[in-house]
Design a protein around this ligand. Structure first.
Ligand SMILES: Nc1ncnc2c1ncn2[C@@H]1O[C@H](COP(=O)(O)OP(=O)(O)OP(=O)(O)O)[C@@H](O)[C@H]1O
Length: 624
């Protein structure tokens, strides 16, 4: 082996003892719990996947014969799907997000659920009445009155509900459905109080492994830790995580301290993802948190990290960022920085991505409606799906001359091509298709000469011709124009306003929700990696003012009284939350990183970055 090969071999295997410790813990005869606590890019996800492979190979037959399973809890559906793919959907693994896992434990225990809800509801209603008595009239009080009313009706209906329902992936409406919070709270309680459930969990899951455990919901994690303590030696609870990457307030803040000292705590010091410069920056950002340091691989020397500081008064954010991209291309000698699609751009909130990608006309009205929010953001909102899954693919197929796809779409979704409609006609097949042809022609005509009709014009055409079914919620808006109607409810007003957006925005919205665009949010990219990353720190444009406090973290704004109070009481501050967010976003970069900051005082930020040793002055571009 050459010296270079030896170096690489050492880097590959330096942290191998951690995986060995995990394997030793995963023994059904003598299960042990462990916490793999390691920094970004250290291979935690890889260790989890290796552990699953080891379990399948070593104990697969035994687990199958005894009808036992390995529970794997992931933070996102995407991570769940990736793990399922890796384990070839082997049924010895029960891979689920936390909400689905919790529901799988309590689903069907209808009497216990009813009792639990009945015990909680009166207190919830009393609290709302109390708040209502103190509050002023207005939107909040109207909302509270609605809640009091609906909870009161639920209380009356509860004894008659036989089966409770829950959808872990969406909104839960209706008297028999449970909220996300209810499912997590009740499962956490049942897990520590109901012996029958405990016995079921014990016999079914000898191993419960949790990815991104720093963000696992606090009540659930606390209850799992208690459960493990009660049944020590009979179950292995395996946590994979990094408390520096806790980005949601609902995780257990002191997880590292809650883990008993006799648990196995394998360590890893390598960062296999990023080049040296980025690892150095990550270590510097982390220094004031817990001082843990990582090492870059020998074959990952170099790399780039640069900062672009703009004043808040810079209104044309898109041009400012294009300027930063051009500079990155020169500094890194990597022309891919010039093509936005090649750079993962991370905004703080979705509306910032919508503005930059050009679909604010769709985003702004719809995202305001709370009952639309979840399904709108994951692309499953029915009125939008008419556009994204029926009309847009049809227009695209026509533009590409792809008759095959066009016909397949019509066959799948158009009532005009539905078999029973065709059978009722007397004429030959060709003329039976005439109404479909006319309908498609009329729709396509709206786009002639590169025209960009509004979503409303497109809807009118489709509804008039009957080309596709129009969802109920859109029916009253067909041909209604854009003038708002005083009597319209929140959903109708939002949809009416969305119908004024240009149809070209639909493709951009679709690209974004399907995660095919170059944009992502600071919170949405954890676990992922990209060659080039641009992080936008823009407190001023944030709508949720608690979202981040980059200006405070980077020394442009003083700490507030609340920050100082929280700090003195050892509580979480907005500054520390932001530090963790910055650590997560910056450590997604493999090759090069641009940090774009908008601030009221860019000069102060420059001073801070140099003084802290996060960046050198040559790496900072200041635009005043
Ligand atoms: N021992 C190893 N040798 C070579 N490459 C590795 C090794 N371990 C992990 N990697 C690679 O390093 C990258 C980061 O690994 P992984 O995503 O598992 O890290 P992580 O600790 O889960 O990261 P994060 O916490 O930042 O999401 C991946 O591309 C992975 O394939």
């Amino acid at each position: 082996m050459t010296e270079e090969q030896t170096d690489l071999f050492e880097d590959d295997t330096r942290d191998a003892p951690a995986d060995e410790k995990i394997r030793q813990a995963l023994n059904p005869q003598e299960p042990k719990s462990f916490f793999l606590f390691a920094g970004a890019g250290s291979g935690k996800t890889r260790s989890l996947k290796d552990a699953l492979e080891y379990l399948a190979q070593t104990f697969g037959v035994e687990l199958r014969q005894r009808g036992r399973q390995v529970a794997v809890i992931t933070y996102t559906k995407a991570a769940r799907d990736e793990i399922l793919r890796r384990v070839n959907h082997d049924p010895i693994f029960h891979v689920a997000t936390i909400h689905s896992f919790a529901w799988s434990l309590v689903e069907g225990r209808n009497n216990d659920i009813r009792r639990w809800v009945l015990e909680r509801l009166p207190a919830e209603i009393a609290k709302l009445h109390e708040e209502q008595a103190k509050g002023k009239p207005g939107k909040k009080s109207d909302e509270r009155a609605r809640k009091i009313d609906s909870k009161g009706r639920r209380l009356t209906d509860l004894p008659t509900i036989r089966t409770f329902t829950y959808n872990p992936n969406g909104d839960n409406f209706g008297m028999d459905s449970l909220s996300h919070e209810e499912v997590i709270s009740m499962t956490s309680e049942f897990l520590t109080s109901k012996e029958t459930l405990q016995k079921i969990v014990l016999s079914r899951f000898p191993f419960i492994l949790i990815d991104e455990s720093q963000d696992t919901l606090k009540p659930f994690m606390t209850s799992l830790l208690r459960f493990e303590e009660t049944y020590r030696g009979r179950i292995s609870l395996g946590l994979f995580g990094d408390t520096m990457q806790r980005i949601y307030p609902h995780g257990l803040p002191e997880l590292a301290n809650c883990v008993p000292s006799h648990w196995r705590q394998p360590a890893k010091i390598m960062n296999h993802r990023s080049r040296q410069r980025i690892v150095d920056l990550a270590n510097a950002i982390r220094a004031d948190y817990d001082g843990r340091k990582q090492r870059a691989r020998k074959d990952r020397e170099g790399g780039f990290a640069r900062v672009y500081l703009f004043p808040n008064s810079e209104l044309d954010r898109a041009s400012a960022e294009a300027r930063a991209r051009r500079d990155m291309a020169t500094a890194t000698c990597d022309d891919k920085w010039l093509v936005p699609e090649n750079v993962k751009a991370l905004t703080l909130e979705h509306h910032m991505a919508a503005y930059r990608l050009g679909f604010s006309g769709v985003f702004e009205p719809i995202d305001k409606v709370s009952s639309f929010k979840t399904s709108f953001r994951d692309g499953t909102l029915a009125p939008l799906r008419l556009f994204t899954e029926r009309i847009l693919p049809l227009i695209e197929a026509d533009q590409e001359g792809d008759q095959f796809t066009l016909m397949a779409l019509l066959r799948a979704y158009s009532p005009l091509v539905a078999k029973k409609n065709l059978e009722n006609e007397v004429a030959d097949m060709d003329s039976r298709l005439d109404p479909v042809r006319t309908a498609v022609k009329e729709l396509i005509a709206l786009f002639e000469g590169a025209a960009d009709p509004t979503c409303g014009e497109v809807l009118d055409s489709v509804a008039q011709s009957g080309l596709f079914e129009v969802p109920d919620v859109l029916q009253p808006l067909v041909g209604a124009g854009l003038e708002d109607d005083d009597k319209a409810d929140e959903q109708q007003s939002a949809l009416r306003s969305f119908l004024g957006a240009k149809f070209s925005e639909i493709a951009k919205y679709k690209e974004y929700v399907e995660d095919r665009s170059a944009f992502g949010t600071h919170q949405g990219v954890k676990g992922l990696e990209f060659p080039r990353v641009m992080v936008m720190a823009d407190d001023e444009s944030a709508r949720f003012k608690g979202a981040a406090a980059y200006e405070k973290l980077l020394g442009a704004k003083p700490k507030s009284k609340t920050d100082l109070k929280n700090e003195a009481e050892g509580k979480e501050t907005a500054i520390e939350r932001t530090r963790r967010l910055l650590y997560v976003t910056c450590t997604r970069a493999e090759e090069s990183l641009a940090l774009v900051v908008y601030s009221g005082d860019p000069t102060a930020i420059k001073k801070f970055l140099i003084c802290k040793g996060w960046f050198t002055s040559d790496e900072i571009s200041l635009f005043n």
